[in-house]
Design a protein around this ligand. Structure first.
Ligand code: SF4
Ligand code: SF4
Ligand code: SF4
Length: 404
């Protein structure tokens, strides 16, 4: 496949969908991690729902990408359960460093504000005390938990301009992240309030200068175009951010394993989150509800023993087992690897899988696994629609097989 064009014509011939058209300096696309690329029956549309500009859309049952609309806010990367999309504007390490510097400058308080808010408050706010993001949707749980571990007293996400921003879906994502990170931290006994606030906190307002901000002041730089506040929305043909894109080398797909299982991975953010939580203290005994982890239950009554859930699970949270000693087989679920992508639930041909959104924190560690034993798959020889019988019908009708 060539990566020669961002044009619709180039995209139309891509059998894997258009997601890779998004790949550029702001967002890296790992196509092989997208559950929709891995299995066309997967139902995830998290990036579509979160995208602040409509750069990622869902049409005719497939993901469609308009790269010129992307403002590099990273909200899609926050929403993607498998980290198939990775933000570089800035990347996670750089954003953490920015937050640490802002936190230290402001006595342990962390304030996030988007570029439009900073532009609006230009001259009235001490920007050294603020962590700048293109959109609040860039903030995700592992960053917040790492800030808690670094001693942050509280986190404020300034939503002052969101109501008037055409990309306000980033705030919805930030709300969900704040709620999910708060419930994780409180389960671990960490007191670090995370709030969406309506104005810049007093502690970051430059003394004696910040008053009534000038609403008519034009945003600086790209921010006005990007955020659509007090400015023109980028048109489909606006190539502002897209022009700067350099085509990247298309990611090579790893080979399918000998057992037919697709390549698996654990997203870096998830690994970092678990290790930071471990540093924060002992895992609590009460279950935690968050968008990040899941607990899988398989109904043995309707399970067909095909183990397709383990074939397509992106992280290896579901894995096959066969135990010759006990003569048992089935799958086991490892909550610490589960990213709650819902693929197993969506693709199970028998509707046997249920994904629960509450997990026991102690189950997230030490490769804890829950086993689901299965009956060995049965070949129903009498049924005319089985592969065996269909092949027999084809072959016996064939001139290459003796009819005697
Ligand atoms: S970076 Fe922002 S604008 Fe670009 S595709 Fe992701 S959510 Fe949409
Ligand atoms: S959110 Fe991630 S896994 Fe889901 S469709 Fe988008 S890229 Fe694929
Ligand atoms: S177990 Fe299911 S929900 Fe969890 S990562 Fe695997 S496919 Fe996704």
């Amino acid at each position: 496949m060539s990566n020669d064009s961002h044009s619709p014509a180039g995209a139309a011939v891509n059998p894997l969908g258009q997601l890779d058209l998004l790949d550029g300096p702001d967002v890296t696309v790992h196509q092989g991690r997208c559950v929709r690329v891995r299995n066309r029956n997967a139902s995830c549309t998290a990036c579509v729902d979160a995208c602040t500009t409509g750069a990622i859309a869902f049409e005719d049952g497939a993901i469609k990408v308009t790269p010129s609309l992307c403002i590099g806010c990273g909200t899609c990367a926050t929403a993607c359960p498998t980290c198939a999309l990775e933000s570089h504007n800035p990347d996670d390490d750089a954003l953490f460093d920015t937050c640490l510097a802002a936190m230290r400058a402001n006595d342990g308080h962390v304030t996030f504000a988007c570029q439009v808010e900073l532009d609006r408050a230009f001259g009235h706010c001490d920007e050294t005390k603020v962590a700048h993001v293109t959109c609040l949707g860039r903030v995700e749980e592992s960053l917040l938990v790492e800030l808690a571990a670094a001693g942050a007293k509280d986190v404020s996400l300034v939503q002052e301009v969101c109501d008037r921003c055409r990309h306000s879906s980033g705030r919805d994502c930030a709300c969900e992240v704040a709620e999910s990170a708060s419930s994780i931290l409180s389960a671990w006994g960490v007191d670090m309030p995370i709030e969406l606030v309506d104005s810049l906190p007093e502690s970051v307002v430059a003394e004696g200068v910040y008053g009534t901000p000038d609403e008519t002041e034009a945003p600086r730089g790209d921010a006005g175009r990007a955020a659509g506040v007090a400015g023109e929305a980028p048109s489909d043909g606006d190539s502002g951010a897209a022009d700067a894109r350099e085509p990247r080398r298309r990611e090579r797909f790893e080979k399918v394993g000998r057992d037919g299982t697709l390549p698996q991975f654990v997203p870096t953010r998830r690994g970092r989150l678990l290790s930071t939580l471990r540093d924060l203290g002992e895992a609590p005994s009460e279950p935690v509800a968050s968008r990040l982890w899941g607990e899988v239950v398989i109904d043995p009554e309707c399970c067909g023993s095909c183990r397709m859930c383990a074939v397509f699970c992106p992280t290896g949270a579901l894995r096959r087992f066969s135990d010759p000693q006990t003569h048992t087989m089935g799958v086991e679920h490892v909550p610490g690897r589960c990213v709650a992508c819902g693929t197993c639930e969506a693709i199970c041909p028998h509707g046997s899988v249920t994904l629960l959104r509450e997990v026991y924190p102690s189950d997230l560690y030490d490769d804890h696994a829950e086993r689901f034993e299965m009956r060995p798959p049965q070949v129903e020889l009498g049924r005319p629609d089985t592969i065996v019988n269909k092949m027999r019908t084809v072959l016996t009708a064939s001139k290459f097989v003796s009819q005697a």
